[in-house]
Every structure is written in C-alpha cells, then in structure tokens.
Design a protein around this ligand. Sequence first.
Ligand code: TPP
Ligand code: SF4
Length: 309
Amino acid sequence: MSVTKYRTIKDVPREEFLVPGTPLCAGCGALLVMRLFHKALGGDVVWVNAAGCITLMATFPYTPLRSSWFYTAMPSAPAGAQGIRDALDILIKKGKLDPSENLKVVVITGDGAASDIGLQSTSGAIHRGLDFFYLCVDNEAYGNTGFQASSSSPIGSGTATTKPTPLYPMGNVLPKKDLFEIWRSHKPPYVATISPSHVVDALRKVEKALNFKGPKLFLALCPCPTGWGMEPSESVKLARLAVEAGIWPLKEAVYGEVTHTYIPLKRRPVEDYLKAQRRFAHLFKPVKNEGIIAEIQRQVDEYWSKVER
Ligand SMILES: Cc1ncc(C[n+]2csc(CCOP(=O)(O)OP(=O)(O)O)c2C)c(N)n1
Ligand code: SF4
C-alpha cells in the first residue's frame, strides 16, 4: 500500500503561498486549483504563465504570490520553462546555486494555450523530456478575452463564438479535444486529471508526481462563474457534479498506464450538470433539445463502459 501524507481534508497544508486579494473573478475555479497546487508543491516554485486569466495574478508591481513568476507569450510557456530549467541546472552544476535553492518549474495555462496555441511547444517539451509540471486550468473557453470557444469547449455549449443560432441551435458543434490522451500518447512519466472539488485526490496526485523527473501534466476542470453562468459560491458544487455525472473522470497515467482514482458508484444524469449553467440554457429553453442531451449522455456512458472496475 502506498504511503501518503494526505488522508483526509484535515491534512491539507495550512500554509498559504497565494495571499488574499487577487484581481480574478470571485469563485474562479482556476484560482482554487492554483492555490491548492501551490500548497502541495510548497514555496520553491517558479510559475511560467502564458497569457490568460491567470496572468492577472501578476499585475506589475503587485502580486498575491509568494513564489516567482515568469510571463511568456501565449504559445511559448513550455519554451520559457525549458530556459528556466536549463539556467537552474547550469547554475547548480557550476556551484553558483545551492541545490537546496532549486525551484520546481511549473507552467500554468488555460485550455486555449494548452490545447490550441501552445500545443506545438508543449509537444516539443514533452518529447525532449523537460523536467517540469504543467497545470492546465481548463475553463473550457478563452476566458480572459470574453469566453470565446476553444478546442476544449464541450459540445452543446454556448460561448461568445458559438452562440445558439437557427442554423446551429445546439451551440458548439465540435467535440472537446482530449488533452489527457494527447499528452499520454507522448508517454511522459505522469498525467492526471484533478478537480477543485476533490482536494485530497489532487494533493495525492501532486505528491506522487514529485517522485518523477520529466514532464508531468495536471489537467483541472475549473468552473468559471462568468463564462459558465452560475453563482461564484457554486464553483465547487459544479466541479463535484461534473465528477459525479462522469463528465470529468478523475484519473492518472503513469508512463501511459491509466488508473481511475475515483469511480462514481451511481452516476448523476448529465442533465443535472448541464441545467445548472447558463452556457447550456439553450438546451432546455424555449424547447428541450432531447437529442443533444441524449448524445452527451451517450458519450459519457460509452466512456465509462470501457473503464474496468
Ligand atoms: C498568440 C496570441 N493570440 C491571442 C492572444 C490574446 N489572448 C490573451 S489571453 C487570451 C485567452 C486565453 O485563453 P485560455 O488559454 O483558455 O486561458 P483563460 O483566459 O481561459 O484562462 C487570448 C486569446 C494572445 N495573447 N496571444
Ligand atoms: S473569467 Fe472565469 S476563469 Fe477567468 S478569472 Fe473569471 S472566473 Fe476565472
């Protein structure tokens, strides 16, 4: 049996590396995940960020972070991470930096940078075996610029660029890219999905990933009150509903081998999750779009039918 220091919610480290007072929206799921991730990694971190909502974390000269920050263009956070990792390694090798002062290099991006604009440099970094963490805070759209569709937006969702029209009454017609599988196909040491609703699961995964040298992905579904159209107080509830409905499977892959870390005993209907958000409101009013709701349910059922218990 593996030994973990995270058994219950009481084991969440109390130390804060992200102090109150950020310019992000109230209830932002990405902020919750970043705070949690930092607790699991400790303070010796350099964040490498591609333009997105999280960029608001460092609005010069202010920052709520107690760790270091490096800002890059939207496509090139992994390239920035490579430069920092190389510089740290060279300084340590030359004896100019004590190994005890080494930093963990952590890329943080939204799904647009992770799945679209930055995918090329990410693939290169994984291929080179760069020793870094990659945290994708997936709000399923380009949040910072007004919630336009990304390739991570789910089918049937309304975004600024997939508003329901008479021609496309279901909103977004394209499927969500499977970033977990894209990463896994590169065979890195560690790939995981996490949720702000399953805190102990997330902490354990970061704890496990710390044992691996090389690229490590964390893909977090992050409710976005502004874009999803729900109350800031409901973010954790929505994140939990996504897990319980089977829409957001909690899993990990160590050198490509997948394990589900939580399997809902009885899945909630996807409808419960969809109707709790304004971005799916057109699927229920003025007439219920039974066809697309059934299709979303079918896709979820098909996924779980292949999962071994
Ligand atoms: C190459 C490039 N294209 C467009 C932009 C404008 N831009 C800044 S933030 C942003 C949205 C980023 O979306 P995502 O990566 O999903 O992160 P989120 O804002 O949702 O956290 C865009 C399009 C940019 N900075 N660089
Ligand atoms: S728009 Fe959404 S993702 Fe961006 S800061 Fe606000 S809640 Fe967070």
